[in-house]
Design a protein around this ligand. Structure first.
Ligand SMILES: Nc1ncnc2c1ncn2[C@@H]1O[C@H](COP(=O)(O)OP(=O)(O)O)[C@@H](O)[C@H]1O
Ligand SMILES: N[C@@H](CC(=O)OP(=O)(O)O)C(=O)O
Length: 781
């Protein structure tokens, strides 16, 4: 039984390393009986097309050169992937085939489709052989034995029988994309990019459950992500919009891909063979995804008017020129958008019924929900006018507007169009984890924040998450009445339930806001990023995780163009990370940061004057909610050690947590045992502090718990611990509970930049999280 038909396009097979990655994906994602449809490796079809053109122009030298080029490319792949007999046999067959092409060219008997078919045949054979070499039961199939067309129409019943008898239920079936045969057994092709269509056909003939198109982007984006950095990846795109995009010439899916799936429940996903962890885009039935906004570009096309054009003719002429064609009615005329290189063939096909209306056009199409198309058309015209691009032809239709221009729409113009037409008006889903003091205040402030940001985005709170229970509502939870809703609807959950629910969200942007202090929750960050979530954390664990994990997370974020803000993980609402980033972005070089980064330790040290025992102050702080539940977390200095690491990494210094030397604000032996044990030994703590306070006083100084990061050209000093701060120093005159950051840099060398203020507290921390959210939203615009 075929569970899934996978399709790997040319971009996924462009080198031997890519074949190796594809084989790994196949091993990890297929079961016996599954099919793998492959396209020609890299740009092989383009090379074969130029061979065909040279042959037609009778340029024998060019034909020979291209044959050599093909030979080099294919034999390199074979040499790099296969061994022993498999290699010898593959090289022998390749040489024989190239010789046959050469002699057919010489005797003027070359046929176009038969020639183009070689790209896919080579890929399927090579991949199947490579899989066999890896001990995977795999076989190669030539799709000309599976798909037959009669007069351009697929013979579905016969093909279904053929597929079901040929596809081997015990093997991975590697099938050539793009090609088929006619009833005479001659090769025909399914049009450029046609392997997507082959995969969908095969899935429908074999009753597969799903089709997975593996490509070089992570799915379907709002516009070409290679050209526009802020392109948005969509989790779900409905079939009509995917189809429309394809008809307008967008390469991410072939125009006919969806037709075999029309009356079936076969699922279709587009995902990256370069980044297997990234979540796919699902192409879903009408009504299962909201309509999205897209911009797709067109290059070098002609606009033809055709008299009495029928659907059948569009299909045949598309087949003839190997390209899907878009047609529409405009002011009573029927127009066809034709790639300029094929105009001549199309005009000939229509034998006097087609005329060129406009030639040498470029442009773009905006695909969007019907109700906004009119507005987007005006905005697009405005953007083009600002760029002095004057459209020569504008056509507004169901769900799209086509703007054909003289000038080429380069990636700058495409980005501006995207910023103005697509980025605004999107929906942002917010997932808040941690509903304690800070979380509670943050949520209550959300309603106002939504209103403030509503000019650009519609923001919805979709989930509230605690360690055991969550409330998930994709259409939004009211931040003013969430507690009531929580009582009624919160449910127990496992991490996977949360991740699946996030994956299902049909929002353009998703943000996980972590206001927990949970290490376990921070470990889900990699999964959130794979599900395309931005991150905002007050939690310190991810920022201080081992470098390998931390760096992988950062790389994944960067690859997906996602943001991670964590300003409140150090100094609560104080703008310390903003300041550091700003200084560095403006060319400054930070050399030293010293300070008190713990509100708890600041309060304890500043309050302590010997009149009340230190342990009493600890208990008082605990009662007021200033400390961690077990105040030894604070006294150990670990919390400040984490904050110093976050600051160090912010400055590009590569450190692990344990590279920061640490001495605790308590005797080491008190760290062990229960809280009651600790209280039983509190006199040891008091004696320890008294001793340090006396030593400080003897030096005309006060006892403080500080962190220090010093960066010189040859070394980094990073430590947290007890310091004796001279009276009069900024660190000595601290208001109890305040944090202070004393920053020295190239610009602030003698006279330090000082940031000081409350470093803890629900209001300021929640405000800091809002400031991160505001920053994020501004950057999504
Ligand atoms: N909206 C879009 N979403 C994703 N990719 C797009 C989009 N528009 C254009 N592209 C381009 O489509 C390319 C994928 O199509 P193609 O090269 O035909 O892939 P394959 O070789 O896998 O069949 C991407 O590399 C990307 O540059
Ligand atoms: N190789 C064919 C068919 C195809 O679908 O290719 P790709 O999957 O690389 O778009 C082409 O280049 O048109």
């Amino acid at each position: 039984m075929v569970n899934c038909v996978h399709k790997f396009g040319g971009s996924s097979l462009s080198s031997s390393e890519r074949y190796q990655s594809v084989a790994k994906i196949i091993i990890g994602h297929t079961q016996p009986g599954d099919c793998v449809v492959v396209s020609a490796a890299g740009k092989t079809t383009d090379t074969l097309v130029s061979l065909w053109q040279s042959y037609q122009q009778q340029d024998t030298q060019a034909v020979a050169d291209i044959l050599l080029q093909l030979n080099n490319h294919q034999s390199d792949l074979i040499e790099q992937l296969l061994q022993a007999d498999l290699k010898r046999s593959a090289l022998k067959t390749l040489l024989e085939e190239l010789n046959i092409i050469a002699s057919l060219a010489q005797s003027e008997q070359l046929k176009e489709a038969q020639l183009l078919a070689h790209g896919e045949l080579w890929s399927a054979r090579l991949l199947a052989a490579y899989l066999q070499q890896l001990n995977v039961h795999a076989c190669a199939h030539d799709a000309r034995l599976l798909f037959t067309l009669n007069d351009g129409e697929l013979r579905h019943a016969q093909n279904k029988l053929q597929c079901n008898s040929v596809i081997d239920a015990n093997k991975v079936n590697v099938v050539t994309g793009f090609i088929a045969a006619n009833t005479l057994g001659d090769t025909v092709t399914l049009g450029r990019n046609g392997s997507d269509y082959s995969a969908a056909l095969l899935a429908s003939y074999c009753d597969a459950k799903q089709v997975c198109i593996w490509t070089d982007t992570q799915g379907v984006f709002s516009t070409d992500p290679r050209k526009v950095k802020k392109a948005i990846k969509y989790a779900k795109v409905c079939r009509t919009q995917a189809n429309l995009l394809a008809r307008l010439g967008n390469p991410v899916l072939h125009a006919k891909t969806l037709s075999p799936l029309k009356n079936t429940n076969i699922k279709l996903a587009v995902r990256s063979s370069f980044d297997v962890q990234a979540s796919p885009t699902h192409i879903v039935k009408e009504g299962l995804a909201k309509k999205k906004r897209f911009i797709t570009t067109l290059q070098n096309v002609d606009l033809l008017t055709v008299e009495g054009l029928s659907e059948g003719e569009v299909a045949s002429v598309s087949q003839l020129i190997q390209h899907s064609l878009h047609h529409f009615n405009h002011n009573g005329e029927v127009y066809l958008v034709v790639p300029a290189a094929q105009t001549y063939q199309v005009i000939n096909y229509f034998a006097g019924r087609a005329n060129i209306s406009e030639s040498n056009l470029n442009g773009c199409a905006v695909v969007a929900p019907e109700q906004v198309i009119g507005t987007l058309k005006l905005q697009a015209l405005e953007v083009l006018a600002e760029q002095t691009i004057k459209p020569r032809f504008v056509h507004q239709d169901n769900g799209y507007v086509l703007l054909l221009t003289d000038q080429f729409i380069d990636s700058d113009v495409q980005s501006t169009l995207h910023d103005k037409l697509v980025n605004k008006g999107q929906e942002i889903a917010i997932i808040v984890a941690g509903l304690g003091n800070v979380g509670g205040v943050f949520i209550h402030q959300l309603a106002d924040q939504f209103e403030r940001l509503s000019g650009d985005f519609s923001i919805k709170l979709v989930a509230l998450v605690r360690s055991q229970e969550m409330l998930f509502n994709p259409s939004g939870v009211n931040p003013q009445t969430w507690e009531k809703q929580w009582q009624l609807e919160a449910k127990k959950y496992q991490s996977n339930d949360l991740l699946n629910a996030i994956n299902e969200l049909d929002y353009e942007h998703k943000v996980v806001i972590d206001i927990t202090a949970s290490e376990q929750f921070s470990q889900l960050y990699t999964d959130f990023v794979q599900s395309d979530c931005h991150l905002i954390s007050a939690n310190k664990y991810a920022g201080t995780a081992p470098t390998l994990w931390y760096q992988t997370l950062r790389n994944n974020l960067a690859e997906r163009n996602l943001h991670w803000r964590y300003n409140t993980s150090v100094g609560a609402g104080l703008p310390i990370n903003f300041a550091l980033a700003d200084l560095q972005n403006s060319g400054d070089k930070i050399t030293r940061i010293e300070g008190v980064f713990s509100g708890t330790l600041s309060w304890l040290c500043s309050k302590y004057d010997g009149s009340v025992a230190f342990s009493e102050l600890v208990l008082e702080a605990q009662k007021m909610g200033f400390t961690e539940p077990d105040p030894r977390e604070d006294l150990s200095g670990r919390d400040m050690q984490r904050k110093l690491l976050i600051l160090a990494r912010e400055l590009g210094v590569d450190l692990e947590l344990d590279d920061i030397s640490l001495s605790a604000l308590m005797p080491v032996e008190l760290a062990k045992g229960s809280w009651d044990d600790f209280i039983g030994k509190k006199t040891q703590l008091d004696a320890f502090i008294e001793e340090h306070a006396a030593a400080a006083q003897a030096k005309n100084a006060v006892l403080r718990y500080t962190g220090l990061l010093e960066i010189t050209c040859d070394k980094v000093i990073a430590k947290v611990g007890i310091t004796y701060v001279p009276n009069g120093d900024a660190l000595a005159n601290l208001t109890p509970g305040d944090n202070i950051f004393v920053i020295n840099s190239k610009w602030y060398s003698d006279n330090a930049l000082v940031i000081q203020g409350p470093g803890a507290g629900s209001e300021v921390t929640a405000a800091g999280v809002h400031s991160d959210l505001y920053w994020l939203v501004q950057n999504l615009k």
